[in-house]
Design a protein around this ligand. Structure first.
Ligand code: ADP
Ligand code: MG
Length: 454
């Protein structure tokens, strides 16, 4: 959601139009509501400015509920509304001008390291390149671009590079971000800052980032303003000889809608693919996971590993899911000390059925398929945290439940973690409307429909 002041004005106008007749008192409206406006929307919160300090108090204390329901009615979203006075707004703006904090939420995940990455034929080149870069950031290939289907270790390798540099070259600043977060950050920056050519974002990067790790670059596709800004940032870092590593779910040349200049830049360094693991690698990943969980691989019949590898190797994520299912089953359901092939078959029979039962649709499958497509966990999709990427994925999931399963809004709301009828309806309508001219959305919906109905 790339939002600007005009959109804020539209939203707030609709809220005020709804509030006015519900107040039954025109003088209250004129005194306290008139002249208020939205300063910004961050996540699930609308920050609105009231016309005086007193109006701020009155609106927050006496009319908070009315405002919230007006916002819900007119936007379909359960925003929290925080009022502030004009003084508070300008103080806040001043602080932000002095020290812009970019990417406050970005963190390296310490669990993803080179040491626990299992190397096999399918990922060897990507692993070697990542390792070399971690040892000599900025000196070999920039950018390194790794692409693969989902669940094959791209994110793991990015964090491994970051963790290794962090440990061995602590004076270098590493920034890990998903392209989806870059989009959000760009929107935040573009809204708060008057400087249209991206100067403050670029100067942040050129001063504060030595190693730039960008995950899932496919999420830039179609975001024109963000691509422009990304190009400037990328070129600047490149000129400065800094290390850039990018991942994508496809070769950049196949990312329709990605700016041609970005395609050219992305593949001017080193471009490598990861493919699904072969059987020996899959088995080794299983053994390594078992060791990491503090268990002993000798407690498993060797054909258990072969069986799991044969059935769940299209992605490592799937393989891990099957193993987790098995561990859960052996610990809490049949409580065996030694795991045989029969136990393993029983434990994962549900997963196998899901695979074989592709025709059977249910809400849970829509949730997990959409979550997987956007690299989210199912609980993020049904949870409360809101970034533009999560919100979009959520809307699409609700839309698919409506169109593919013909579900009632209330049923969808329940499946989506307890959302109300109005929220679901508005999400479905939003998707229907955007589908008319948003090619990226059309592509996502048709790809997901294919995955869910094949
Ligand atoms: P992607 O980013 O390509 O979708 P991830 O990096 O998120 O995939 O990997 C999915 C899961 O599989 C993660 O838990 C990751 O640690 C694990 N994984 C992937 N490849 C390997 C590997 N070669 N060795 C060990 N774990 C792996
Ligand atoms: Mg990933």
């Amino acid at each position: 959601m790339e939002t600007d002041n005009a959109t804020y004005t539209q939203i707030w106008d609709r809220v005020l139009i709804w509030i006015k007749p519900n107040l039954n008192d025109d003088s209250v409206y004129a005194t306290f509501f008139q002249g208020s406006y939205i300063d910004r929307i961050e996540g699930n919160t609308i920050y609105a400015v009231a016309n005086t300090g007193l109006a701020k108090e009155v609106l927050s204390k006496n009319y908070g509920e009315l405002v919230s329901s007006a916002v819900l009615k007119t936007t379909g979203t359960n925003f929290k509304v925080v009022f502030m006075s004009e003084e508070e707004r300008s103080q806040k703006a001043k602080i932000q001008e002095e020290e812009p904090v970019f990417f406050p939420d970005s963190r390296l995940n310490p669990n993803y390291t080179f040491a626990n990455f299992v190397v096999g034929a399918s990922n060897r080149e990507a692993y070697q390149a990542a390792l070399m870069i971690a040892r000599n950031p900025g000196k070999l290939y920039s950018p390194l671009l790794i692409y693969s289907d989902s669940g094959l270790g791209k994110t793991h390798l990015l964090h491994a590079i970051g963790n290794s540099i962090h440990e061995n070259k602590p004076n270098l600043n590493v920034l890990y971000t998903s392209a989806a977060d870059f989009v959000d950050e760009y929107v935040r920056y573009a809204r708060g800052d008057k400087d249209k050519d991206g100067n403050s974002l670029v100067s942040y990067f050129s001063k504060s980032v030595d190693v730039f790790l960008v995950d899932d670059i496919q999420f830039l596709v179609g975001k024109k303003g963000t691509m422009e800004s990304f190009f400037v940032v990328f070129s600047k870092l490149y000129e400065q000889g800094k290390q850039i590593v990018i991942t994508s779910d496809q070769h950049p040349n196949r990312l329709d809608g990605l700016d041609q200049r970005l395609k050219t830049r992305f593949i001017q360094g080193l471009t490598l693919a990861i493919i699904p693991p072969d059987l020996p690698t899959s088995e080794e990943i299983l053994r390594s996971r078992i060791a990491q969980s503090g268990l002993n691989a000798d407690d498993f019949d060797p054909d258990v590993f072969t069986f799991l590898a044969q059935h769940f190797s299209s992605s490592v994520r799937e393989l891990e899911e099957a193993l987790n299912r098995l561990l859960f089953y052996t610990v809490s359901i049949c409580q065996v000390k030694h795991v045989t092939l029969d136990v393993a078959k029983d434990a994962v029979s549900g997963l196998l059925k899901e695979q074989g039962n592709q025709g059977k649709l249910c809400e849970a499958r829509i949730i997990s398929t959409v979550a997987d497509y956007y690299n989210l966990s199912p609980s993020q999709l049904t949870g409360k945290i809101r970034t533009s990427q999560i919100a979009l994925a959520r809307h699409i999931a609700m839309y698919l439940m409506r169109t593919l399963m013909d579900d009632q809004y209330a049923k969808i709301g329940e499946a989506m973690g307890g959302r109300d009828h109005a929220t679901v309806m508005s999400a479905v309508q939003k998707v229907e409307k955007s589908l008319r001219d948003d090619e990226l959305l059309q592509k996502a919906v048709s790809e997901l429909t294919l995955r869910l109905t094949k």
